[in-house]
Structures are given as C-alpha cells and as structure tokens.
Design a protein around this ligand. Structure first.
Ligand code: FPP
Length: 188
C-alpha cells in the first residue's frame, strides 16, 4: 500500500483520530451509500436541500481523507434510478449540486492524484450533467493515487441487465469463450 504524506496539525482532533487508526489494517476499497440527508435537515428544522448541501460537504471531506489515508478505491452511491421518484424540484437540485461539486472539486481531485470514474447509466442524465462528468473524467484521467467512483442513475437490476447484454455481445464476437464466473465478474 502506498504511504501518502499525511500532514495534520499537531494537537488537533484530526491527529487524535489518526492515532486510533491501525494503518496496517486499512481496507483497499470503501463504498458509501449516501443516506440520511433529509433526516439530518429535519432534525435541525431545515429544508431538505440543506441536508443535501451538508451531504456534499461530507463527501468533499471523505474523498480527501480517504486519499490521504491510502484507500485505493472509494465508491459513492449517490443517485439511484429509484431516486427519480423524488419531487422534480429535488431531483433538479441534486443534479445542480452534483455539477457544482464537480466544477469546484476537479482541481482538488487532480492535485490529490485522484481519478474519477462514473458507474451506472450516467450517459442518460441531462446533457449538462453528462458534459460536466465527461470533463471531470478527462481532467482526472491521469490520477494514480485513488479511484473515486460515483454511482449515478444506478440500480442492481439494471447492472445485471447491462452485464448480461455485454456477455451476450462478447459471446457473439468470441463464441469459444464460455460464460463463466470470471466473465460475469468482468461484466459487472
Ligand atoms: C440521501 O439522503 C441522498 C441522496 C439519495 C442524494 C445524494 C446526492 C447528492 C447530494 C447530489 C450530489 C452528489 C455528489 C456525489 C456530490 P436522503 O434524501 O435519502 O435522506 P433521508 O433518507 O434522510 O430522506
């Protein structure tokens, strides 16, 4: 595992937290499902949007901390196909927060040697979101320290459908290749 430079303020709470982490037992891949933004806001009598804003801010800190701790892959499940059932205005706000996050954070991702990768049927999102994502992918393509996956417009069932389609297409190109466990794992 690579040993990133971890600079923390001596005597800070961050330094105290860092001392509790056993760096020899770090996971290689951490996956997070975004949840509880609305409840966070509700408890504070704030509109849901404020919960989403706080969620984005937590994402920012999580990405930077994960890279500094030497996590190799961070996956964030951000917007599922199920989430389209939310009120139109909330969906619109979430898409804008995503664009805003990317525009602001790309520089930090590049500076921290982080490569962005997008999972799910993200190409079906609004063209303005797709364009921002493509720009982020292009600018961070050289990142070697950590892969930051964001799952967008995802669902477990859609992933299975997409994997089956890929397996069938690959089998047509190379019928000799049996569909086995490795081929399925590759396609997922
Ligand atoms: C979960 O909280 C939040 C979501 C499903 C949406 C999260 C997406 C964004 C904030 C867009 C920006 C994304 C990134 C990657 C920066 P909830 O609304 O389900 O909360 P609740 O369970 O308390 O109602």
């Amino acid at each position: 595992m690579s040993e990133p430079a971890l600079r923390v303020e001596p005597g800070s709470s961050e330094e105290a937290l860092l001392r509790q982490i056993d760096r020899s037992r770090m996971p290689r891949h951490v996956a997070i499902i975004m949840d509880g933004n609305g409840r966070w806001a509700g408890k504070r009598l704030l509109p849901r949007i404020e919960g989403h804003r706080a969620g984005v801010s937590a994402v920012r800190e999580t990405v930077e901390s994960a890279a500094r701790l030497g996590i190799e892959v961070l996956t964030l499940y951000a917007f599922s196909i199920e989430n389209w059932k939310r009120p139109r205005h909330e969906v619109w706000t979430l898409m804008n927060l995503l664009k805003e996050f990317l525009r602001r954070e790309i520089r930090t991702l590049v500076d921290n040697d982080i490569r962005l990768h997008i999972l799910g049927r993200w190409r079906e999102l609004d063209p303005s979101v797709v364009a921002t994502l493509e720009e982020g992918l292009a600018k961070t393509a050289g990142g070697r320290r950590m892969v930051f996956n964001i799952a967008l417009n995802y669902s477990g069932r859609c992933e299975l459908v997409d994997a089956c389609r890929k397996l069938v297409a690959d089998a047509a190109a190379s019928p000799a290749r049996a569909i086995d466990e490795a081929a399925i794992a590759d396609a997922l």
